[in-house]
Design a protein around this ligand. Structure first.
Ligand SMILES: Nc1nc2c(ncn2[C@@H]2O[C@H](COP(=O)(O)OP(=O)(O)OP(=O)(O)O)[C@@H](O)[C@H]2O)c(=O)[nH]1
Ligand SMILES: [Mg+2]
Length: 315
């Protein structure tokens, strides 16, 4: 069954695969589905007891891959207004230079408990490196810090936050990849992202991939974004992204960002919201694991205290 529209189009060929179907959204109308997804992402809150006010997502990826555009697309999907909160465009070097957290508010003014953090794009010879990535994941980089390509951020930077908090740490890392270039990404960039991934695995930080610009690789999707999960071309790009980054296909989310549009499109919003909901699930799992570890540590401290408290005669 089609994920978004339960009907067959004349150009839908026999070989076109219905390759993926996020749960619980197939049977409802587009409007209901959009409203349900919006509710879900609006009410999602970090687990209590961890001192985390917002889920923090770190967006990483090559220059021009659509990181800032995704931030704007989410804003449009949540607030109903297509705007340019984050500056977007194409340039020789990254348009984004600052580690910027974006928070969101829906049409009725309710704040979402998440921050999408924009970062400068990766380039073969500059951009965020493995050390920067580690500091970002650990929460040592202050929000709104402007990266300087000629001076590395480090322990000697006066802005280095020595004391990090659970709130400042990254709860889910998101690689943003352009679907039109995924088949021929530079080896250097892939190596950089692979080394980021290694640190994330070490730290237990979940990783996801946003596959952007799907409208540029399929005329069918360009014409009607709701056909994304019926499109063999997109399925192939998702498979490629999963192979390149070594992450499972169910953590690769195809999205189309607002780019030339001035009005919202329900199907564009739904795709962004489906991706965002999954990202929230990943971050929730991460925090659940943190809580479990915290409890385990607490238990062992309690156990130690218990032993110390055992009266001498009983030893
Ligand atoms: N057609 C299409 N264009 C897109 C999409 N996403 C982004 N773009 C365009 O791609 C260009 C780069 O997008 P940005 O969002 O600035 O990319 P970025 O990853 O933030 O780039 P840097 O900040 O330079 O690293 C802009 O011209 C966007 O309009 C998409 O899904 N479809
Ligand atoms: Mg940007």
């Amino acid at each position: 069954m089609h994920i978004f529209a339960n009907r067959r189009r004349p150009y839908q060929e026999e070989h076109v695969l219905e390759w993926k179907q996020p749960s619980g959204v197939a049977e409802t109308s587009g409007m209901e589905r959009q409203a349900k997804l919006k509710d879900e992402v609006t009410i999602a809150k970090p687990l209590v007891g961890l001192d985390v006010s917002h889920f923090r997502f770190l967006l990483l990826g090559p220059i021009g891959s659509g990181k800032s555009s995704f931030i704007n697309t989410v804003n449009a999907a949540i607030s109903g207004r297509v705007t340019q909160r984050a500056s977007c465009g194409t340039s020789h070097h990254s348009v984004t230079t600052t580690y910027t957290p974006y928070t969101y508010r829906n049409c009725s003014g309710s704040s979402l408990h998440l921050k999408l953090c924009d970062t400068p794009g990766l380039e073969p010879t500059q951009g965020i490196d493995v050390t920067d990535c580690r500091f970002l994941l650990n929460g040592h980089v202050p929000e709104f810090y402007t990266f300087n390509p000629s001076v590395h951020f480090g322990l000697d930077s006066h802005e280095f936050r020595v004391k990090s908090t659970a709130d400042a740490k990254v709860h889910c890392a998101v690689f943003v990849i352009d679907a039109s270039t995924v088949d021929h990404m530079s080896e250097k960039l892939v190596d950089t992202m692979t080394s980021f991934k290694k640190i994330m695995f070490e730290k237990g930080v979940p990783q996801a991939v946003l596959l952007t610009k799907i409208d540029t690789v399929s005329d069918t999707v360009d014409e009607d974004v709701s056909r994304v999960f019926n499109c063999a071309d997109i399925e192939q790009k998702v498979k490629k992204a999963s192979e390149v980054l070594g992450l499972p296909r169910n953590s690769v989310f195809p999205v189309k960002n607002y780019e030339h549009e001035i009005d919202g499109d329900r199907n564009v919003d739904i795709l962004a919201l489906v991706a965002l909901r999954q990202l929230l699930y990943f971050a929730m799992d991460y925090l659940e694991n943190q809580k479990m570890q915290q409890n385990k540590t607490g238990d062992s401290v309690r156990l130690q205290c218990g032993l110390w408290c055992v009266p001498a005669k009983k030893r």
